[in-house]
Structure formats: structure tokens, C-alpha cells
Design a protein around this ligand. Sequence first.
Ligand SMILES: Cc1cc2nc3c(=O)[nH]c(=O)nc-3n(C[C@H](O)[C@H](O)[C@H](O)COP(=O)(O)O)c2cc1C
Length: 343
Amino acid sequence: MADVVQFIDVDRPALVLAPMEGITDAPMRALQGATGAFSFAVSEFIRVSTHPIPTKVYRRDVPELNQGGRTPTGMLVQVQILGGDPERMAASAINACQAGAGAIDINFGCPAKTVNRNDGGATLLKYPHRIREIVRAVRQAVPSGVPISAKLRLGWDRIDEIHENAAMAVEGGASWITIHARTRVQGYLPPVFWEPIAEVRRDLPVPVVANGDIWNLDDFHRCREATGCRHFMIGRGALANPMLARQIAGELGIGCADSDLTPWADRNWPTLLGDLEAWMDRCHGPAPVKTLLRLKQWLKLAATFGTFSHFAQVKAAQSIDEFYLLLSESVAQSDLPALVAAD
Ligand SMILES: Cc1cc2nc3c(=O)[nH]c(=O)nc-3n(C[C@H](O)[C@H](O)[C@H](O)COP(=O)(O)O)c2cc1C
């Protein structure tokens, strides 16, 4: 049975891989797990609508549950659920535990319009008492050894809403909370507001995980300074700068043993993309069209938010072979170093 400490220990710093629907699926989690840098990952959200989520859906969407709740590269995975109905959320949480979940996170931050229209994600930030009810229902439904956490944004449209919402999540029984440092109205637009996280951290008796716009080591230092947190979650930055997680883990003094399967220090863009392709084949069987989309998706993110400067050369590729050919040509042309580290 998992316990809180296995995921977040108040005395031990943690680095968490953010849930990103359509991006951090099982193949990407396996790949990121090979960094050896993450304390654990949170699964993409699984939405609870008219019926509780059955165990088979968890086993399909979070296949790590079939392997002791860890990626094949050894990283723990927490299951995230999303919805506004306490009873169905509780029933879904019970099924998640039956499927093997060792910890459950509740999503109170998703800004997608369809999700919000259907009473899920960030819309609940407008109703603090409902956050408490949902967390409480889930907390009471699952075994006491399974920690429940809540992932919040600062508010719907005001950053000070976080105080009441976070307090309600804790009253409901959340063992820790994660705060994405912007409101629903802000979407993903800068700036982030890390400062309110510091106030919440000081006020609440549970660990607080700081999240939002940590793109490089300098951002990490500034976020740590502003929030005073010991626990951090990174999402887009981990993909845009594949060395970032190891750099942060090094600063936090955690993790970082190279996985036997894929030694991270030897990776460069072509080998990393090859890793993702291999994990996709292994998790889902060969699906070249989908794989090509995912390879391009990653490089587009790295070009938009990181230092990768060759997306224009590869985006027109029609096949995986052509993709690697174009990539190797651009790599050769500019003598692309291995992964570009921030420092
Ligand atoms: C494409 C995408 C999908 C996301 N999916 C989820 C999700 O399933 N659950 C969730 O709680 N947050 C989700 N998020 C939010 C991230 O977990 C994270 O809070 C946000 O990206 C800010 O962190 P970052 O700046 O390190 O990326 C998603 C973000 C993006 C960009």
C-alpha cells in the first residue's frame, strides 16, 4: 500500500512531472522516468461524467497500474480524476484504487471550455465549499493509506481566491496541494504569480507544490525564492528543455540515478525522439501516423518554449523516415550539440 511519504514527504524535496493531456501519456512518462529526476508523475486527467470510471479505463489509460504503479523506467505515477459530483468522484476513486492507484489527485484547474461547461476542472474554483465536498467524499471513500491531493489554479479570475480554495481542499482531507500560479482566465498566458503560493504555504499545514512557467534553472531559483517551496512540478519546461529535470533534481539533492534502460546523459534530440517512438511502439503497438504527430508535437514545443531551432526543417515530414532524415540534415548543418543545457 502506498502512503503519503512515498509521494510527498514534508521533509524531502520533490520534483513532480505535470499532467499534460495528450502529451504526458504512458510513453512520454516512461521516457521522462528515465531521467531519474522525478519523484513521481501525475497522469493526464480522467474525466468523470455520467458514470463512475470503471477499473478497465484506469488500466488502459494509466497502464503503469498493471506494473505496481510505476513506469517501466521506475517512476511512480499518481492517478488524476476530474469532475464535479462528489458521489461519482468517490465511486471513481474507489475503482482507481481497485485498479492499483497508490494516490489520487483531483483536478481543479483544467481551463478547457467543454470541461468547465460540464462542471469540471477550474469551474469549481468559483465554489470553494464544493472543492471541500469533493475532496472529502473522495478522501472518505478510499483506504486511509491512499493519499488524496488537489491541483488548483490561483483562482477563476482573481489570484486571491487561492486562499479559500486551498484551505477548503485541506479541510476536505487533501494531503498536499499543487498550485499552478495563474488563474483560469489567464489560461496559459504569462505572467505567473508565484507570490500567493508563498502565503498559502505559510498558512496551510500540508505540503504545497509550486507549478507554472519553470523553463530553466534560473526560473526554478526564482520560483523557489518567491514561494519558499520545497516541492515543484514542471510540465512544458521538462519537454522544451530535456535537461531541466535533472538540473532541478541536482539542485534539490534528489533522484538522478541514470536509469539502466536509457542513460539520460547520453541523450540528444535524435536519440530522445527515437526513445519516444520506441515507447509508443511498446505501449500501443506501431502506429506511424500518430507517432509522427507526437514527434512533431514535441519538437514544436521545444521550438516554442525552448532552444530547439530546427522545427521549420522537420515539420513538413510525411513519414517517420523522412522526419529523421530532415532532422539529421539540420543537425549536421548546424552541428547541433547534444541537449542544450541552461547553464
Ligand atoms: C497541453 C496541456 C495539457 C494539460 N493537461 C493537464 C491535465 O490533464 N491535468 C492537469 O491537472 N493539468 C494539465 N495541464 C496543466 C499542467 O499540468 C501545468 O499545470 C501547466 O502546464 C503549468 O505548468 P508548466 O508551466 O510547467 O507547463 C495541461 C497543460 C497543457 C499545456
